[in-house]
Design a protein around this ligand. Structure first.
Ligand SMILES: [Zn+2]
Length: 385
C-alpha cells in the first residue's frame, strides 16, 4: 500500500518514529502517548517540510497516511479545515500573524481528530511571535499538534525547543536521490544519476533539474563561464549572463505560480459572489496578493542567483578533486576534459581562492548586496590567473 512517507528520501530513521506516533495517536481518546509539539530540522533540500506535511496527513487520514484519500490530498494542498501549513515569503513571521493563527486554530478540530499546524520557517519567528506561540504550545489538553521546521535546532528559541520533540533529517545520499528519480519520477538512470550529483543530495533541485530541459541548458551555459573569462571584458559579460539566466529562470517559475494563485483567488470570490461589495473585495485581495508575489519574486531571483553560484562552485570543487588525485569523485562528469585542462593550468592555491571568492559572493548576496555588482566583482576574481 502506498503511503505519504514514501516520498521522504533516505529518512528511514524518522519514518519509523512518525509511524509510531501516528499509531499512538489513535489509541482511544487518551492522547498521552502523542507529543503535541515537534521540531523538524535538516539541511536545505533534506525535505523537512515534506516530512512535517506527511506527518500531518497521516495524523488526519483514516488510513494512517494513504496519500490517496480526500483527507490526505486536501491536507497537502491546503484545503483541509484541520491542517494549516504556514509558509512565509517574508523575512520574518510577526507576532500579529501568530495571534491571528492562534485565533484560527482555537476551535476544536472539525473532524473530531487532530488539528495540525505545520510551520515551515519557524526560524523566522520574531522573538515576540515565538513567545506568543510558546503559550499555545504549553497549553495542556488541546487537540492541536505543532510541527515546526527549521534548518537547525539553534534557529529555534530555547524555550520552544525544550517543549518539542526533535527530529533531525539527513541529507539523502546521491544514490538514494538517484533511485527515487528512477522509480518515482520515471527518469532514465543516466539522467537520474547526473541530476542527483549536480544537485548534491537536494531532492527538490534534482527533480526540477531532471524535469526541465531549460534548467539543464542554463546550467550548461553557467558551467562554461570559468573557461570563458580570459579578459576583464569577458568577466563583466559573464556576470551579466549569470544574472540574466538566473532571473529568467526565476521569473518563468514565478509567473506560472502567480497566475494560478490569482485564478484560485478569483475563483474563491466568484463562488456565489454578486454585487459591488464583492467586486471591491476581490480587487483588494488581488492587490494584496500581487504585492506578496512581488516580494516573493525578488526572493526567487536571489535564490536562483545563489543556485547558479553553487553550480559554478562545483566546477572549482571538481578542479580541486582532480588536483588532489580524486578524479573519480567529480560532479561534472560531462566536463571531464575541461576540468582536467583547467586543473593543469592553475595552482591548488588559486583553486581554493576561487572557491572562497564564490562563498564570499554568496554571503554578500545573502546580506542583500546588489546582485550584478557582486557577480562582477566575483567574475573579475575568478578571471585572475
Ligand atoms: Zn489518506
Amino acid at each position: 500500500m502506498s503511503s505519504v512517507f514514501d516520498d521522504l528520501v533516505g529518512q528511514e530513521h524518522i519514518i519509523d518514529i512518525l509511524k509510531g506516533a501516528v499509531a499512538a495517536s489513535r489509541q482511544g481518546s487518551d492522547s498521552q502517548e502523542m507529543t503535541h509539539a515537534w521540531v523538524f530540522t535538516g539541511p536545505p533540500g533534506s525535505g523537512r517540510s515534506s516530512a512535517a506535511v506527511a506527518f500531518a496527513q497521516a495524523l488526519i487520514c483514516p488510513n494512517q497516511g494513504c496519500g490517496t484519500c480526500n483527507e490526505c490530498q486536501s491536507a497537502a494542498t491546503g484545503g483541509h479545515p484541520d491542517v494549516e501549513v504556514i509558509r512565509t515569503e517574508g523575512l520574518s513571521i510577526k507576532v500579529e500573524e501568530i495571534r491571528e493563527l492562534l485565533t484560527r486554530v482555537a476551535w476544536a478540530p472539525s473532524m473530531g481528530g487532530w488539528r495540525v499546524v505545520v510551520m515551515e520557517d519557524a526560524d523566522r519567528l520574531t522573538e515576540s511571535a515565538a513567545n506568543a506561540l510558546l503559550k499555545a504550545i504549553e497549553e495542556p489538553g488541546t487537540r492541536t499538534v505543532w510541527l515546526l521546521c527549521a534548518p537547525t535546532l539553534h534557529d529555534v528559541l530555547p524555550t520552544i525547543r525544550s517543549r518539542c520533540r526533535h527530529l533531525q533529517l539527513r541529507t539523502p545520499s546521491i544514490d538514494a536521490v538517484t533511485q527515487v528519480l528512477i522509480k518515482r519520477e520515471k527518469v532514465s538512470p543516466a539522467m537520474a544519476d547526473f541530476a542527483a550529483r549536480v544537485s548534491q543530495g537536494h531532492i527538490g533541485r534534482a527533480r526540477h533539474f531532471a524535469a526541465n530541459e531549460s534548467v539543464r541548458i542554463n546550467r550548461k551555459v553557467i558551467m562554461q563561464l570559468p573557461l570563458q573569462i580570459s579578459s576583464l571584458a569577458a568577466a563583466f559579460q559573464a556576470a551579466q549572463t549569470l544574472i540574466d539566466l538566473a532571473t529568467e529562470e526565476a521569473n518563468t517559475a514565478s509567473e506560472t505560480r502567480d497566475e494560478k494563485e490569482i485564478e484560485k483567488l478569483q475563483e474563491a470570490y466568484g463562488k456565489g459572489a454578486n454585487g459591488r461589495g464583492m467586486a471591491t473585495g476581490v480587487a483588494k485581495a488581488v492587490k494584496e496578493l500581487e504585492k506578496e508575489q512581488k516580494s516573493r519574486a525578488t526572493r526567487m531571483v536571489r535564490d536562483s542567483i545563489d543556485g547558479a553560484l553553487l553550480d559554478l562552485a562545483t566546477f572549482y570543487r571538481d578542479v580541486m578533486m582532480v588536483q588532489a588525485g580524486d578524479a573519480g569523485l567529480i560532479i561534472n562528469a560531462d566536463m571531464q576534459t575541461e576540468v582536467d585542462g583547467y586543473a593543469s593550468i592553475i595552482s591548488a592555491h588559486a583553486a581554493v581562492q576561487k572557491m572562497s571568492a564564490i562563498l564570499e559572493a554568496r554571503n554578500h548576496l545573502a546580506m542583500n548586496a546588489a546582485p550584478l555588482v557582486t557577480c562582477e566583482a566575483l567574475m573579475c576574481e575568478l578571471a585572475r590567473k
